[in-house]
Write a protein that binds this ligand. Sequence first.
Ligand code: G16
Length: 547
Amino acid sequence: MTIHTVATTPFAGQRPGTSGLRKKVTEFQQPGYLENFVEAIFLTLGDLTGQTLVLGGDGRYFNRSAIQTILHMAAAHGVARVLVGQGGILSTPAVSCVIRKHGAFGGIVLSASHNPGGPDGDFGIKYNIGNGGPAPEKITEAVYSQTQGLLSYRISDAPPVNLDTIGTTQLEGMQVEVIDSVADYAELMKGLFDFDAIRALFARGFTMRFDGMSAVSGPYAKAILEGMLGAPAGTVINGEPLEDFGGHHPDPNPVNAAELIALMNGPDAPEFGAASDGDGDRNMIVGRGIAVTPSDSLAIIAANATLAPGYAAGIKGIARSMPTSTAADRVAQALGIACFETPTGWKYFGNLMDAGMVTLCGEESYGTGSDHVREKDGLWAVLFWLNIVAATGKTVNQLVNEHWARFGRNYYSRHDYEAVDATAADAMMNALRDKLPTLEGEALGEGMGNYRVSVADEFVYTDPVDHSVATQQGVRIIMDDGSRIVFRLSGTGTEGATIRVYLERYEADPAHHNLETQEALSKLIAIADSVSELRQRTGRQQPSVIT
Ligand code: G16
């Protein structure tokens, strides 16, 4: 067995986006493409002698072969030990948990999250640092700059490692430890939530469906819900991770989890529904006839946090991404704690959690989490809700309605325009930027409503801990009643550009809390279209996805 230095040439476009490098599988399959990016990570990290890394992915197509490549490159770079999930499987929050628990130097996560998988689907790779969270921009930018000048990479030619049997093997001088994918994570969850109360809930006949969307969270949900908590077999549906996610889009929102939504709206609806995404970090919470918006879910968890043993002492602060609704801000205010507004991307929460400034974080993109790890965590959110239901004896519907009655309702929706011509999308954003100075104070859309613009700007974030600055993080038009329209280009798409339009309207009066969301937002939707000229500029008459 020899370590080879293989000549290569740089690939263009290996700049990590919102969450790592995401590209079509076919792009990753080009000889040297994955190797170059991994070499760039290793070069950025520097001397890894004696260090431990964690490695795993969501099981999508190309996961296994990518893991072999990375193991063989890690051995060539002098890594002492790699902890790899059995079968190459580790959910994103589990990677974060394992890095922290075992004091690893960092970890590599293989996933394109909610993006479809299979030979024609997407693949992704992301580096997480020693706190368990996504690498901050200064590291991802350094990796990108390494990719631009790469002329060789180093790799061992040893035979493939057996990933299916738990235990330790040697690869060159490196220990490869195949670990149970679920055990460390399950133990962490047990320490945070009242498992006895949730077990008693299921013992009383409480009914639930968890849709694993044929992705990575199935094994975790089965082990915890059906195993440790005694939920009946069949509670977890689509629980086997498939390389192509059964041909579905593993994104837990009402559009892509249509089967679960139909069940929850039907006559035989269980009391509680939930779904998670490709790599297990997103979640959707559903009650009978109601899908909880991610922004509301964060606020409701925050308001009820002390019901869970792991949070009984109270929460230190909350952080949400800028486009996420301001529902959590109202809870923070009531609790007398800080609420931080960050750019889109879980990586921006890491410093706040490390500094002990926030406990809970959330995003409108079906992401919720806490400082128990440094990633958002789908099953954690589901267990938090189950803990709240068990402690209060209330249904999802009651919890949501009572929350609105107390804090008011933030009607919220995101309109996505996918695979738009990138030049047209950029031109639209530039035109919006140019318009911003003239918008403040304007009464928008004659005949469209009573909105007057109080702030029109482009979101810039200065990290309160390391003072790094992130610019161009979304164009916001904030009305004088707090309603908002936000425009952003997605950083996770792999085809053309995806324009996201985020819409929010606050309604204090409980008499107006039962409007249909799109109806409640219709004036803002019309204003968004007219200000951005989105339809003329992109040729799109309606969004590809509304959540
Ligand atoms: C990633 C990020 C999230 C972000 C989401 C959407 O989630 O971790 O912070 O909100 O993408 O980002 P964008 O709007 O740029 O497409 P995931 O679950 O895909 O890793």
